[in-house]
Ligand binder design. Sequence first.
Ligand code: SF4
Ligand code: SF4
Ligand code: SF4
Ligand code: FES
Length: 957
Amino acid sequence: MSTAYKTYQRAQDLGTPAGDVGTRLIDLTIDGVEVTVPEGTTVLRAAALNGINIPKLCATDSLEPFGSCRLCLVEIEGMKGLPASCTTEAKAGMKVTTQNAKVAKTRRNVMELYISDHPLDCLTCPTNGDCELQDMAGAVGLREVRYGYAGENHLDAKKDTSNPYFTFDPSKCIVCSRCVRACEEVQGTFALTIQGRGFESKVSPSQNQPFLDSECVSCGACVQACPTATLTENGLIEKGVPEHSVVTTCAYCGVGCSFRAEMKGQEVVRMVPNKDGHANHGHSCVKGRFSFGYATHKDRIKKPMIRETIHEPWREVSWDEAFTFAANKIKGIQAKYGKGSVGGITSSRCTNEETYLVQKLVRAAFGNNNVDTCARVCHSPTGFGLKATLGESAGTQAFDSVMKSDVIIVIGANPTDAHPVFASQMKRRLREGANLIVLDPREIDLVRSAHVEADYHLQLRPSTNVAVVNALAHVIMSEGLENKEFIAERCDNEGFRAWREFILDPVNSPEHVFEETGVAPELARGAARLYASKPNGAIYYGLGVTEHSQGSTTVMAIANLAMCTGNIGREGVGVNPLRGQNNVQGSCDMGSFPHELPGYRHVSDPAVRALFGKEWGVEIQPHPGMRIPNMFDAAVAGTFKAMYIQGEDVAQSDPDTHHVTKALSSLECMIVQDIFLNETAKFATVFLPGSSFLEKDGTFTNAERRISPVRKVMEPLAGLADWEVTQRLAQALGYPMSYTHPREIMDEIARLTPTFTGVSYAKLDELGSIQWPCNDKAINGTPTMHIGEFVRGKGLFKVTPYVPTDEVTTRKYPLLLTTGRILSQYNVGAQTRRTENGKWHDEDVLEIHPHDAEQRGIEDGDWVGLQSRAGETVLRAVISERIQPGVVYTTFHHPFSGANVVTTDNSDWATNCPEYKVTAVQASKVTKLSDWQQKFAKFTEEQLGYLDRARRPEKIS
Ligand code: SF4
Ligand code: SF4
Ligand code: SF4
Ligand code: FES
């Protein structure tokens, strides 16, 4: 499969989905040609599969057949009238005629009716050249419209331009319902209806509201489905029909949706979800579909910059000067303070190849193992917990597996906001009848939304995950609901015996932990019975599990739960971490941790060190290097002096901002590689301009271990792709790197990493994407792991005692703060804040329960001071019953909100993953910004002034 199309063409539409076709093939005749299709295929699709395109309007292969437009009718021998081919199943021996005078006349009549209420402004219409109605008028041979335009029509219907990304022009609507069905079937939001009957019928968002005010979440599924110019991307309206397209992968979340970047020259006209994408099957969310404008935002920094200290202006320099400056600093610091005084952070937003190069640079050119990644602050407990129990540090399933689940547990994750395309798929399965159990302190959307309702919402107190998951396992074991056969055959018996004894202890019963967790025992018992009683139970979890002092313990408790019910090793089951950033799985796979080389192999293993040492021509240090928090502590202590940070914004994303910024200010040299002057770059002395995902080749690995291609659609705005920047920095340090294309980096990764030996760009082009492990044992990859045997041999039950966090509420700090994400913003917001997504969320707010608000005299919209042991910030209050009394909630997408000024440096006992999800706080009504916010504003002004002076040196007197 080629990933680039020379000229623009709409993706092929087979008219109806493949559906539940059988394995049996049937023969029929279409227009005299004998064709063979799987049993259950519609006549429309059977024809399309064989190159016969029957005209259609209301049918499309992403939606169930509807049969309303009557354009696809055909003649079938032995059948009365002219049946609609989109709703007629192909049968063995059928004889179909798709074109004759009778059929043609009827189709023309149908089309004439549509066109008589359609503005004939094709030449000036934005979708001229990309309109199915126009194509169909041509296909049916429409030559005249006899009904005229004098009668009643909709030609003056007003446009709705409220959505920043697409326009709704009802004057062009043919009321085919494709948009309504897309919103229901594909997205699962049910924001659209057809109001009225007959001539009065019209598409209506929610209660006849503008799109922006409706329940619409701007996923774009309706725009994608619309066969006319009624729902059209603003990019297309402004720029016209694209002239070529390139298949690439979304750079936002861990779902890893595949897109066609539809281009005019070097300009993106629109991003269209790829129907062949294995993670998304043609669906998208607002971020991937529409929020790509940041890539060409005016804030992009396109020239390298250097300075001696952070309190002086930047100086724009050539790439050569920047590399020489940076390399001399690093070499000087290492000569003065030792090899270990420098380190690096890889980026989970960059490609696998780029991440691999950064850790290679640290290990080979810096000569130490001081490399870490943002997974430290998100899913490092997943790596630890799953490796210890199952033997591999990654999720067990493909996303599609959820379509075979009978019961789904969602723990500490909010998929509709953070992993929206997967959430749509999960909701589809729930609408089909699967049961749902949600463990979350907050009433997330999944608990109750259109046509979806959780069977159990265990609204636990933050920090009590381990107690609740143990309680579920206690019920299963004490009521004899475990899968004895699976345990005996597949699991380590000694480990199981020890765990069994532990879990049956009454201290783990729902009744005993009720006071601590707040979860009613009968709910915990009901949920446990439900999970254990269904054939296929799947667990999905997120940062609400990992970002705790007991994150690793909860991951192991989840693995125990899955193993004791036999829910591992086939489709429909499993343990599935929902990864946050687009390539956080990949950055972990690529050896970004200080103790592991690529493929999760410990640096203390001499054979592994020898393998990499030989390939890289260096001796690899045998001891683990520093984790991010260790680097910060050492910087404050004065023993760690320089960092190279690629595409991470630790000053905003990491906890305890006071400590982080003190550490960053203590460095003698900080090299930041990014596309914007982010919060961290304000503390940098070298700025190396980064490249967006549109400007480079490489691969991302999503939450289901799927390696997908990232393909360059425009030249790097600063002249170099990120992998080239790292390579040039290594060269300046005297370490040779000479890759000419990222494909060569992937070849090196494949040579050195057993789970990647079968991966190559050629195979990615052929298959579209590959789930690792991909090697001799699994030549096309591995959708489901641990089939027949766990990666570690026998599954290992781990004893998981509940140890309450030290972060407890007191009279001074009586509330618990927990944090999360929202749909329209992404992580630190550096990208999404530079798009129109601010229309939905332009500031972080504090959700507080009415009871807690009333006690404090706080009203909706008031400024609230939030104090913790670590610091204080001020946010606007939103009074909400989604959160339980005693708990407050915020997001961290805006630097000025300072959510991480408040979070503490408590962390997971095994991995140091910060305890973002639990901070004891007090909230009170205030009238002015916090001291930190005032200092932040001043510092930001100073730094932006330095940037401004660098960009406009001629204006400096
Ligand atoms: S807006 Fe488009 S998809 Fe929806 S009913 Fe009208 S023409 Fe059909
Ligand atoms: S953009 Fe998505 S959520 Fe909004 S109306 Fe269309 S399909 Fe529904
Ligand atoms: S779900 Fe994630 S990967 Fe898919 S389009 Fe949205 S942000 Fe991108
Ligand atoms: S395409 Fe078959 S009835 Fe509309």
